[in-house]
Design a protein around this ligand. Structure first.
Ligand code: PLP
Length: 362
């Protein structure tokens, strides 16, 4: 936490706005929209997962529909498809950004069209903060007239050709869960240039209560709004976001400087125009065995590291779903490792971690 969060939380208590609405919620939404720029509006919600669920509803996804979804991601990107009785179609990653492959995406779109079930939406993810191939994905979205739901949960502070991640999709989502670059402990937001989407999200997320004196309901509603107390934390956190991005990028730079020259290890690099918040620093090792050597050596020193996200097409819960896979994310899962990446790591910590890793490489 920074210095301002308690001020806003105290304000919520002092004014008795302890409710899922109030000045902090409105202020936080304005802060998010101002930060992302590019003409977007924001609706603060209880989680990123809730925002994805709302987003799919707003894009008209329902039972029997197919939704194209990046396979290499956290399960929360895909679960809301199942909430709606729709089916995910998982798409593998390309090697430049580790995100959804435009080639496989087009194959999947054409396959859907051929069987008479044109996919309803594309869920693209800026995984670990690295922007996906925005231009290529947008081109396919326009060419085939399929909207993009941009999962920017891990990419607040990242940019693509100078434009902020979270402002590209027909609808985008953010997460303020405890593990993200800034947090409200739990929370999320739905973002769009199209104000009718953010307004409808607000309506649906507050139990779809119609504008009447009595409680009138014409649609199924949800209780997905963000608390005014937590939005206070969010307002304070927005003021330290740029510092957090710097800290995370410094972590990455340190690891890169220490480890990149070793042929056993490679990093995900930023192509021209790509700027990652480096939410997590990830490495790819030469083999599964090397990955495990490093992970276990770190663990022995009480240092936690983790394999990369296990792709959705490999998850038992999604084993019956269609997927378009060419091996990129399987390989990332086998050989990839997330290194300690907290914004509060000290130089001493980083040096200790790099020392342990280097010992595995000799
Ligand atoms: C964290 C995360 C989410 C879900 O956000 P919550 O706020 O935890 O519900 C969705 N997608 C990705 C890629 C995430 O990392």
């Amino acid at each position: 936490m920074g210095e301002k969060e308690q001020h806003y939380v105290q304000q919520a208590f002092d004014t008795n706005w302890v409710a899922p609405l109030g000045p902090n919620v409105t202020g936080f939404e304005a802060d998010i929209a101002e930060y992302l720029d590019n003409g977007v509006h924001a609706t603060a919600l209880s989680s990123g997962t809730a925002a994805l669920h709302m987003g799919l509803i707003l894009l008209g996804v329902g039972p029997g529909d197919e939704v194209l979804c990046q396979s290499f991601t956290f399960s929360a990107s895909a679960n809301p498809i199942a909430y709606l009785g729709a089916r995910p179609v998982f798409i593998d990653s390309e090697k430049d950004t580790w995100n959804i492959s435009p080639d496989l995406l087009e194959e999947a779109i054409l396959a859907g069209i051929r069987k008479g079930n044109k996919p309803k939406a594309i869920i693209a993810v800026h995984l670990y903060g690295m922007p996906y191939k925005v231009k290529e994905i947008q081109r396919l979205s326009e060419q085939y007239d399929i909207p993009v739901l941009e999962d920017s949960a891990e990419a607040l502070g990242s940019t693509y050709h100078g434009v902020k991640c979270g402002s590209f999709g027909d609808i985008a989502i953010l997460s303020f869960n405890g593990n993200k670059i800034i947090t409200t402990s739990g929370g999320g937001a739905l973002v769009s240039k199209n104000r009718s989407f953010t307004e409808e999200a607000l309506f649906l997320a507050t139990q779809a209560r119609e504008n009447e004196i009595h409680y009138q309901h014409e649609k199924i509603g949800y209780n997905y709004r963000m608390s005014n107390v937590l939005a206070g934390i969010g307002r304070g956190q927005m003021s330290v976001l740029e510092d957090r991005v710097k800290a995370r990028r410094n972590n990455h730079e340190f690891y890169y400087k220490e480890l990149a020259s070793n042929p056993e290890i490679s990093f995900l690099t930023e192509s021209h125009g790509y700027f990652s918040n480096r939410w997590l620093t990830c490495i790819q090792t030469s083999s599964y065995e090397m990955r495990e050597n490093i992970r276990l050596a770190l663990l022995e020193q009480n240092i936690e590291s983790r394999p990369l996200w296990k792709p959705m097409h490999l998850q038992p819960v999604f084993k019956n779903e269609i997927s378009f896979i060419d091996g990129v994310s399987n390989d990332l899962f086998d050989r990839g490792l997330c290194l300690p990446s907290g914004s509060n790591l000290e130089m001493e910590d980083l040096e200790r971690i790099a020392f342990v890793i280097k010992k595995c490489l000799i």
